[in-house]
Design a protein around this ligand. Sequence first.
Ligand code: AMP
Length: 208
Amino acid sequence: MLLGPPGAGKGTQAQYLISYFNIVQISTGDMLRAAVKNNTSLGQTVKQVMNSGALVSDDIMIALVKSRIAEPDCQHGFLFDGFPRTIAQADALRDEKIRLDHVMNIQVDDTEIIRRLSSRWVHLSSGRVYTHPGVDTITHEPLVQRIDDQEDTVRERLAVYRAQTSPLLDYYQTWAESGDNNAPRYHCISGIGEPEIVFERMMTVLKN
Ligand code: AMP
């Protein structure tokens, strides 16, 4: 599981991790954006909330993730990117006894986040992230800027992160230190620097 503020590099690191460990990425943000793009009823329900920078309701998110991890491709392991975002979502995973091996908190300060997000270009269908406009290197489809990457919305997303998601850091750290055998291991790494360097930091803590 990857935790950290928007712009910490969760999506980028997820790409490295899923290919290294041959596991499935579960990015709830990507799933919701696909629903909006395809104008499904879920997409219609969540569009405004997402554009405002607020969180989609726990009920919707928990149902979405439960059905996703029941799919056969998740049997051999998966990586959460952007889920859970609230204590209620984390409790739902615990109640369902979904086994987690590692929780990785990627730390980046606010100034750097605002700088990164305002120069972020994404390939919508894969979630691949770039720092310049242009086309995706694999599909050659055009890159777009996310509506919620505009500065005011970024500030709102950071405020939401602080209020609702950052308590999860304590939640997983406390659980890891409790001696419970079912607790995932908790790691904290710096998200500053080139993506390859951040990935090396992750691999170092995962191997220890
Ligand atoms: P992300 O791409 O992870 O930054 O997610 C983009 C937006 O999707 C968020 O700002 C929320 O509006 C929504 N979202 C994604 N994941 C969740 C989640 N686990 N709980 C609630 N809302 C979410």
